[in-house]
Write a protein that binds this ligand. Structure first.
Ligand code: ZN
Length: 276
């Protein structure tokens, strides 16, 4: 096949398939770090970047777009068993990257025992993020879990002495110690760890369909693993446990192991005060 014909064919086929996506998007956009809620009119199996969508009986589902994704590959099997695919382009964002040089080495690399403990903490969180047994449809937009001032954003990254660190995947909200934190939507508490090295008192909520939210540096936690919490219910208070220079909530969102921008699931500016 001549290249020009082949190119035309690809263009034509992706155009025609775009119209026939197996779902319609009901919340969110095709932007890096976004969570999208979708509705499937017909019960078909859909994979997004090779992750199988969890779908409610009424056809509701969700998917996430990673921090550095430039496209999302959507595959689905129709009711006749025929496989289809569509390559969805994604809007690229610009992240805040800070280079810090001339740091003493012990500031850059923590000691081996701490490294081992941090790795174990990360494994505990990663294990819970992967679970796919909770069929509950989250309600979008979410509520802000806390009031305060945004002091850190999703996607930012520091490069220390030339070594890129893990990007910052949460939104940080600075607030006085003891400020109440509320569940942004209905959820099940799947992790409530009292002393993680970096994140201190750390809680993970499962909102269903692979959507989890994380709360770090808490002063205390008022719910425990296994509890179900209602949208707007008190779950703990702002603290500075773990590695934190001041009291703040680190709030993160994920879809399975894809880390998303929590600030993109709320529809209003961060409130100065929340009255439950
Ligand atoms: Zn943070």
């Amino acid at each position: 096949m001549k290249p020009i014909v082949f190119t035309f064919f690809l263009f034509w086929s992706s155009l025609s398939l775009a119209i026939n996506l197996p779902f319609k998007v009901t919340f969110g956009d095709w932007v890096q770090g976004s969570l999208l809620a979708v509705e499937l009119p017909v019960p078909v199996q859909v994979w997004v970047d090779d992750r199988a969508l969890m779908v409610m009986a009424n056809g509701r589902s969700v998917l996430g777009v990673g921090r550095d994704a430039t496209q999302v590959v959507i595959r689905w099997q129709d009711t006749q068993g025929v496989m289809h695919h569509h390559i969805q382009p994604v809007m690229v964002r610009v992240y805040d990257i800070q280079h810090v040089n001339g740091l003493p080495n012990n500031k850059v690399n923590p000691n081996p025992q701490e490294v081992a403990e941090i790795k174990q903490n990360n494994r505990d969180i990663a294990l819970q993020r992967k679970t796919r047994d909770y069929f509950n449809a989250p309600n979008f937009p979410f509520l802000w879990p806390v009031s305060g001032r945004v002091s850190g954003v999703y996607g930012s990254q520091r490069v220390l002495n030339g070594q890129p660190r893990r990007p910052h995947f949460g939104v940080d909200v600075a607030a006085p110690e003891g400020t109440p934190i509320y569940a942004p939507d209905n959820a099940k508490v799947v992790l409530a760890h009292p002393a993680m090295v970096l994140t201190g008192n750390t809680m993970l909520l499962d909102h269903g369909l692979g959507v989890k939210s994380i709360y770090a540096h808490l002063l205390d936690m008022t719910v425990k693993v296994g509890d179900t919490v209602k949208r707007g219910q008190l779950i703990g208070h702002v603290g500075k446990t773990g590695r934190a220079t001041g009291p703040h909530l680190h709030w993160g969102l994920s879809w399975f192991d894809v880390q998303l921008d929590a600030a993109r699931v709320v529809d209003r500016p961060l409130p100065a005060v929340i009255t439950p």
